[in-house]
Design a binder for this molecule. Sequence first.
Ligand SMILES: [Zn+2]
Length: 488
Amino acid sequence: MQRSLITVVAAGCFFSAFPASSAGDAERLVAAMLGDTPLVADLQALTDEIGGRPTGSEANRRSVQWALERFRDAGVEARVEAFEMPGLWLERSARARVGGDAEFSVRIAAMPFSTATPEGGLRAAVVDGRHGLEADFERLGSVAAGAFVLIETDELEDIPGLFREYTEAAAIEERAFDAGVAGVVYMGSRPRDVLYRHNASLGLKNDRPMLVMERGSGQRVARLLRQGKELDLTVEIDLNIAGAYESHNVVGEIKGHGEPEEFVVIGAHLDSWGLGTGALDNGCNVAVVIDLARQIKRLGIMPRRTIRFVLFNGEEQGLQGSWGYAKAHAEELDRHVMASSYDIGSGRISGFFTNGRVELVEFLDRALRSVAGLGPFDNPNVPIVGTDNFDFMLEGIANLVANQESANYGPNYHAGTDTFDKVDLTQLRLNAAISAAVTWAFAEEDIDWQRHDRTAIQELIDTTDLGQQMRTFGFFDAWATGQRGRRD
Ligand SMILES: [Zn+2]
């Protein structure tokens, strides 16, 4: 395995595209990442042993300790950094039963930040909301008030489909709440009745039950309603909820020898939703980040700038850990030259989103030449919202998100099926080599960009669809009011 992988990389001809003298170190690092490292063993421990780890859960706390120990075992200086989570939300159980003209039980999952139901469950009529469009709610008229509204979904195939799901949900939920529904029931979008947990646009401000119903049962309910049958739904959602609490990011650090006060961040989020074991999202990239620190340390090579290996927490619940990092390190942000995020599973890295920093495109083109055999690479200069680069982008710091081929990411996203066996371990190792080449280049080579001020960030929002994405994820007001992101 080791030799064949190195051959693939070298097929692109290994040479440094930079004039600096660190090419030898970069080459050794890439080769080390392709070798027989504990990458896969780490991923298996995090997913099979610790398992799903929503922030606030016992498993999440265990994962923090585990990650800290992985860094320290590798001789990497590491610490936990506390930040505040706005509220605890964990599902204990969720079930539902259809009654009326047909009776059967259905499998459901509570959407994040759904409310709990009273003892014995909440029973209400269920009505056919079709796709939840304006016209669909107009057609329903007053019968939607006080009822569960069933929203039909298209089967999810890939990452673009996932973005559509998020985008549509915000508008659907707004219409449903305006219509006075008792709760929203999404027909599961995943094949084979797989359950998952995402959306619910209002976050902790949501004030009613929100759930996903397994696809087959959702379709059955829709068919019955369209035949004129009258159905009700009894939903029982039991939650562990509480107010604000403290959670922790895990930060490994390798000090720079030339510019130790300048920082390069490579990040992946440690938390997951709890239905599966968070392997594609995002255990596999957590294992890459840990292994990169481990191999740099093992080789004894020294970066020019300080590299921070950050395992963010609270990502799934509103990018809380990376926001916490930005607040805790406010004094250092002028000296953060790069923050990169890896969060799209184990599909091939096809390049990086450069998030409106066109100067990064050319730099990446050069950095990626050393792993050209793993390409082709393309670096789209568009802003991406949805993972831990976000607060760095709003702070004006150059930031990247690894762009990855969809592979099996979409169907398993936040689902019970996101488990160790879904990870493409060979591609993960190749991705690790790519991340090593890129991270090392940012830590080592001359750079010619600076942190952007609020005006420049606002211009990015105004001239791209960034503002729309921020609205979809419910982040726009926090920027507009100066609560989140760089101030003047
Ligand atoms: Zn993720």
